[in-house]
Design a protein around this ligand. Structure first.
Ligand SMILES: Nc1ncnc2c1ncn2[C@@H]1O[C@H](COP(=O)(O)OP(=O)(O)O)[C@@H](O)[C@H]1O
Ligand SMILES: O=C(CO)[C@@H](O)[C@H](O)COP(=O)(O)O
Length: 499
């Protein structure tokens, strides 16, 4: 039996999957790393933590593997998007990575609009300037840390940096490059024009490759450290959401994905790169050849739940925390939560808004708060579902992946709030599976990614919307939507008291 490895470099952890030719995940290892939040709005990680933990994860996997390492033919990567890694002339990391959920760059977004023009930016990149994208982060370093910026020879994204450390070969692939705001998404080339308008040397942009391109083999040193065969073929991989889409079979029009990881995403396949969503949703290159996808993003989806657990229930695990949520009624007995704890992206582009619990009552217990958090996260994702429906998309079936798909009550809640059939796959590790599929396709096991999907993707459970619940949630969703405008001014004023 032959195998491939899919590495998913998430925000909370790196997950390493060993997948056989039948698409079965035969081993799975996860290793986490810290997130640094020095100030409100800041979010950083050390790129070397990603590399160390990936190497350890691969080594753990190889130790547990009872077969012959020579049978592991290929490896590929999925990674958190947008996060900026800057390298010097010796390809050493210059500072911590500034992550996708770091929102310190509001001024830089304004600078981009001033110098490039909003419509022109949208024409070239298909996207608006959001604090989370990479270009505003590059400008932030240029404006605030010129001594570091002047030393920068190249910029990278997380999984591209890890792949570089494993192979010695430096590339970026299109699905992640699309999230930088420096790529001409339709033409698939770096925008020299945007670089010129913002006084950025275009040479910092790395060479571009396709997701399934073979970029080399692992180095002898990495082989030695992990137990892998030095001839293991390495394929570029994709942005975590592009890989999540591949790993969930979102490979043709009409298919929708909901991912609840640290962020939350509702994603839809697009065959062409010339539709106009006016920047209401993100519009990026897919990891599948010549395809695209659109998506809405909740900045703190799983992160709202893990924040809640860390602050109020540190000593129990997620299973215990969620064990009795179903004994609390729909609407959490009149308690609403908005998951804006690090600001929001879709549908409210607002780095300063913050979350709320509305309607706290003396009768509320832990289970009501926990349920309200799950409901608030899912309502936020439903705002993206609504945008897609308003733009004419039919959303009747949604594949649900990510850590949030581990809980069956939450899956039923998604069915009831989205008013759509929810499919849970046999592995909730969509991005890691997508990365493994890119390696399997790259190794020539299948003629197309679609063929690979037929073998690799297996449905586990289906959750159907329950009519009464759907009606109840429709009414509560309207109240949820009122919280943003009602708390806007208050949150602006409170900003002065955040450190
Ligand atoms: N058993 C569980 N039930 C429900 N949600 C969970 C469970 N375990 C983890 N999660 C949620 O999943 C999130 C992590 O999902 P994951 O897809 O691994 O994220 P990432 O790819 O960003 O690292 C956590 O923040 C948490 O909210
Ligand atoms: O910023 C985005 C997408 O635009 C996020 O979806 C990141 O890609 C991080 O993903 P997770 O760690 O939540 O998987």
């Amino acid at each position: 039996m032959k195998y491939v490895i899919g590495v998913d470099l998430g925000t909370s952890a790196v997950k390493v999957l060993l997948v056989n030719q039948d698409g079965e995940v035969t081993k799975e290892v996860a290793r986490d790393y810290p997130l640094f939040q020095e100030k409100t709005g800041y979010s950083e990680q050390d790129p070397n933590d990603w590399v160390d933990q990936t190497m350890k994860g691969l080594s753990d996997l190889l130790h547990q593997f009872e077969g012959n390492p020579d049978d592991i033919e290929g490896i590929s990567f999925s990674g958190q998007m947008h996060s900026l890694v800057l390298l010097d002339e010796n390809k050493e990391v210059l500072r911590n990575a500034i992550l996708w959920n770091d929102t310190r760059t509001t001024k830089e977004c304004e600078e981009i609009y001033d110098r490039v023009g909003k419509d022109h930016l949208l024409d070239i990149t298909k996207n608006i300037a959001l604090e989370g994208f990479t270009l505003p982060k590059i400008l932030w370093v240029k404006n605030n840390e010129p001594e570091i910026f002047n030393k920068a020879q190249t910029f990278m994204l997380p999984k591209d940096y890890v792949r570089y450390k494993l192979t010695g070969m430096l590339h970026m692939e299109y699905s992640d490059a699309a999230g930088t705001l420096l790529l001409n998404v339709k033409e698939k080339e770096w925008s020299k024009e945007i670089c010129a308008l913002l006084d950025i040397n275009p040479d910092i942009c790395p060479p571009l490759v396709d997701s399934s391109d073979e970029v080399g083999t692992i180095t002898a040193e990495v082989a030695e450290m992990t137990g892998m065969n030095p001839f293991t073929r390495v394929f570029a991989g994709g942005a975590d959401n592009a890989c999540g889409a591949i790993g969930s079979g979102i490979l043709e029009e009409g298919k929708t994905l909901a991912s609840i990881g640290t962020s939350g995403v509702v994603l839809s396949y697009e065959a062409s790169g010339d539709k106009d969503f006016q920047g209401k949703v993100h519009y990026f290159n897919h990891g599948a050849p010549d395809a695209f996808y659109t998506m809405g993003v909740t900045l703190a989806a799983g992160y709202s739940l893990s924040w809640f657990k860390d602050v109020f229930a540190k000593d129990i695990d997620f299973e215990e925390l969620l064990a009795d949520v179903n004994t609390a009624p729909i609407g959490s007995n009149g308690l609403l939560f908005t998951p804006y704890i690090v600001g929001e992206r879709t549908p409210h582009v607002d780095a300063n808004i913050r979350g709320s619990f509305i309607g706290m009552d003396a009768s509320h217990e832990m289970k009501h708060f926990t349920r309200a958090v799950l409901e608030g996260i899912t309502f936020s994702l439903n705002e993206s579902v609504e945008i897609f429906r308003e733009n004419g998309k039919t959303i009747d079936t949604v594949v649900s992946i990510g850590g949030g798909a581990k809980n069956e009550n939450w899956l039923q809640m998604q069915a009831d709030i989205f008013n759509a059939k929810i499919i849970k796959l046999s592995s909730e590790q969509g991005p890691g599976m997508g990365a493994a599929m890119l390696a399997a396709y790259g190794c020539g096991w299948f003629g197309t990614l679609q063929d690979c999907a037929q073998t690799f993707i297996k449905e586990d459970e289906v959750y159907y919307p329950i009519k009464d619940n759907v009606e109840n949630y429709k009414a509560i969703f309207k109240f949820y939507q009122e919280v943003f405008p009602l708390t806007l001014t208050l949150n602006k004023q409170l900003m002065n008291y955040r450190n």
